[in-house]
Design a protein around this ligand. Structure first.
Ligand code: FES
Length: 150
């Protein structure tokens, strides 16, 4: 066990954890941010996607000891009141069905818009195709990302 001071959603949080503890479990179990979801645990589904310095990363594959000074953003920190353009577009398009994958979907889309504010349809498809949705809401996800980018 060691002590790690992390920048999470703009706040300093200190946790005691094993060096190889994935950030997914640091977030969910040590700092009580449960919006980030466990899907596969092997980097294949995208449910656990968070931002590391604005880039989408899979938190199940990211050990706490690798974070250092990097800024972590979770779905809880994406906007103050759930009013990020993507969150508004998600509501407008009524995207979620079961909802389980949606935090990861939105964080992946937000990272895309961070680096490309006007993505094409194929860029949206490329960016989001690695996030699995068991309800098959893919068309609505892509439409909502396009709306958020308008
Ligand atoms: Fe991390 Fe599936 S839980 S990619």
């Amino acid at each position: 066990m060691a002590s790690y001071t992390l920048k999470i959603n703009g706040k300093q949080r200190t946790v005691e954890a094993d060096a190889d503890m994935p950030m997914l479990w640091v977030l969910r179990d040590l700092v009580d941010l449960r919006g980030t979801k466990y899907g596969c645990g092997i980097g294949q589904c995208g449910a656990c996607t968070i931002h590391l310095n604005g880039n989408a990363v899979r938190s199940c594959q990211l050990p706490v000891s690798a974070i250092g000074e990097a800024e972590i953003t979770t779905i809880e920190g994406l906007s103050e009141k759930g009013d990020h353009p993507l969150q508004k577009a998600w509501k407008e398009h009524d995207v979620p069905q079961c909802g389980y994958c949606q935090a990861g979907q939105i964080m992946t889309a937000a990272a895309l818009l961070n680096r490309n504010s006007r993505p094409s349809a194929s860029e949206i498809a490329d960016a989001s195709h690695g996030n699995i949705c068991r309800c098959g809401t893919y068309n609505k996800i892509k439409a909502a990302i396009a709306t958020a980018a308008e």
